[in-house]
Design a protein around this ligand. Structure first.
Ligand code: BES
Ligand code: ZN
Length: 599
């Protein structure tokens, strides 16, 4: 038993912990609530005090299996953790039932009106539980160290489909009362943030032997085309990690407000619609989410203090999959540009160097607003340094072995250290990588043919000799253009290459940031429009930062945020608002007078 406990959960090592969840939920689009009952099974029947994680749930009652009410108390609210739900489990008992409803304070759930979907005809509901939001959907031990299996029975209005990160057991068809019931089973233990629910008017198409893609019907053809490489990516991942452990792998293209590029739910990977560019140029995100099915889903960091175990391994593996499927120059370009973004995060974290460590201590801190590219890119570079030190011949078998040895477990950085030391004593200075600030001396230099080719153009305009450039050249070129640039330069560049309306959002946003930093009005206007269309945080953060940092566009940034706040997911709101706080902007400016008085 690990003595270390997760600072983001009320679970303690000596406490019975949730091991299995039986969830019954009815989706009420009118009240924007889930009406639920959940039966929690604990890992032991030794009895004793149990404290569950909850956030803004209406707890209606708790009962024991014999129907007897179970006395419980809902403790005071902690701004990061939510409210502890405390009770004493009688000796010999290992299950309890909780009846409850979610509320408008759920930080996991986003309820969309028909206008916020592409067809505009049906409501849509989705959950986003990573990092610590499962507790606002289900009362449980919401810790990466408390893996659970689950079964679920979801009742939705007729005409809707319910999807979960689980095997679908049945769809009972429409009942006479105008509802429809979907049941799911997910027996293998997984971290609670991987319990997800999507309810909408969606349909599916087969794109691989193990894969369906889901989307709103009108978006399905483009989505299927964009992600049709899923099986070859999955095969490349299996070469690196071993057999895929979760049965099938379906994908779903989420609504535009989805706050991440993708999310690795076992069997049901979420993908942002911003990836659908028409040329498969953002499939690296799918490689990343596929890699997570081992690093993150199967083997998990013990808590957000060890999040690099999820994201660092995954980023390393993502680039290996890209190398195997698109070539080493594409993979290395992605790493080099991501390291640029890591360095930009370092500048943002200048006053909090402890947040640039792989092994963190986030006690009392919000894991969403303190999140950066450190876990991903510093973690990925660490594994790359290890690979370079020992050679692929020795590294690859180690990698595979690690996932077999820790399957279905969660581990700390220290457990990793012991494990890797046993394989490769003295290969790299692990301690500096894991416990040091910033990047260690001797960090691998990453470059790419694309960077070398575009470096020849440097800070000038591409000409006829660059007509053959592909999207990777453009990423390399734009990624290294420095602001400010003159209006003439920007106008000529956009006129020749259509960047403001570019179908690849990565390129478009890189361009818009350059334009914003140069005070170029057409880019400012286009950024404001984009901020009303998408809710992916990777874009919200630099666009709002760019607009808010310039006194000339700050009022526009605040107006744009106030106008769109209601259509962003709760996690995105929290994160963007923390960026405004970081710039010293008072809450009344970004919330408006009325709402900041409520807050
Ligand atoms: N699991 C993450 C999303 C995440 C990160 C949730 C941090 C909560 C906290 C997902 O796999 C991810 O990393 N998404 C990235 C894209 C990826 C290709 C780096 C994103 O959303 O931009
Ligand atoms: Zn990830």
């Amino acid at each position: 038993m690990q003595a270390e406990f997760d600072p983001h959960s009320w679970l303690r090592p000596d406490m019975p912990r949730t091991r299995h969840i039986d969830w019954d939920a009815t989706v009420d689009f009118e009240r924007e609530r889930l009406r639920c009952s959940v039966t929690l099974t604990f890992d032991r029947a030794t009895g004793g005090r149990v404290v569950l994680d909850t956030r803004r749930l209406d707890i209606l009652g708790m009962t024991l299996p014999n129907g007897e009410p179970l006395p419980h108390t809902l403790g005071e609210s902690d701004p990061v953790l939510g409210e502890p739900l405390e009770f004493v489990l009688p000796t010999g008992e290992d299950t309890v039932r909780v009846d409850y409803e979610t509320t408008e304070g759920s930080t996991a759930l986003q309820w969309l009106n028909p206008e916020q979907t592409s067809a505009g005809t049906h409501n849509f509901l989705f959950s986003q539980c990573q990092t610590i939001h499962a507790r606002s959907m289900i009362p449980l031990h919401d810790s990466m160290s408390a893996k659970v299996g689950f079964r679920a029975r979801i009742t939705v209005p007729d005409g809707y489909t319910a999807l979960m990160s689980a095997k679908s057991l049945s769809d009972d068809g429409a009942a006479e009362d105008g509802t429809r019931v979907f049941t799911f089973d997910a027996p293998q233990p997984r971290p609670p943030y991987l319990i997800v629910l999507v309810v909408g008017h969606v349909s599916a198409r087969r794109i691989g032997p193990r894969s369906l893609i889901w989307a709103e019907p009108g978006d399905l053809a483009a989505a299927a085309e964009e992600f049709s490489e899923v099986e070859s990516l999955l095969t490349a991942a299996e070469d690196l990690y071993g057999p895929y452990p979760w049965g099938d792998l379906d994908l779903i293209v989420m609504p535009p407000s989805y706050p991440y590029g993708g999310l690795e739910n076992p069997g049901l990977t979420f993908l942002s619609p911003t990836l659908v560019s028409g040329d498969r140029s953002e499939v690296g995100v799918l490689s990343h989410e596929i890699a997570h099915h081992w690093s993150g889903d199967l083997v998990t960091g013990h808590s957000m203090n060890h999040f690099w175990v999820n994201e660092g391994f995954t980023t390393y593996a993502e680039r290996r999959i890209t190398e195997a499927t698109a070539g080493v120059d594409v993979a290395d370009l992605h790493t080099a540009l991501a390291v640029d973004e890591l360095r930009a995060d370092f500048a943002y974290l200048a006053e909090t160097p402890e947040l640039t460590r792989l092994r963190k201590d986030l006690t009392g801190q919000d894991p969403d607003t303190t999140s950066s590219w450190v876990a991903h890119e510093k973690g990925g570079l660490f594994l790359r340094a290890l690979e370079e030190a020992v050679g692929r011949d020795r590294f690859d078998p180690f990698f595979k072995r690690f996932f077999a040895d820790f399957a279905f477990k969660s581990l700390t950085t220290e457990e990793f250290l012991t494990y890797v030391d046993g394989f490769f004593p003295e290969a790299v200075d692990y301690k500096e990588w894991l416990y040091g600030d910033w990047l260690p001396a001797g960090t691998p230099e990453v470059t790419s043919r694309f960077l070398a080719e575009t470096a020849a153009v440097g800070q000038s305009l591409p000409g006829t000799a660059q007509e053959h450039w592909n999207v990777e050249h453009w990423k390399a070129y734009l990624g290294r253009l420095t602001a400010p640039k003159s209006e003439d330069f920007l106008e000529a560049l956009d006129r020749a290459h259509g960047l403001t309306g570019h179908a690849n959002l990565e390129l478009r946003v890189t361009w818009l940031i350059l334009g914003i930093r140069s005070g170029y009005r057409p880019a400012v206007d286009a950024a404001v429009r984009l901020l009303g269309e998408v809710g992916r945080m990777k874009y919200l953060k630099p666009l709002y930062d760019g607009l808010a940092e310039n006194p000339g566009t700050l009022p526009l940034a605040l107006r744009t945020y106030r106008a769109n706040r209601g259509s962003y997911h709760p996690i995105a709101r929290n994160v963007v608002e923390s960026r405004f706080d970081h710039l010293g902007i008072p809450a009344r400016d970004y919330l408006g007078e009325a709402e900041s008085a409520d807050a």
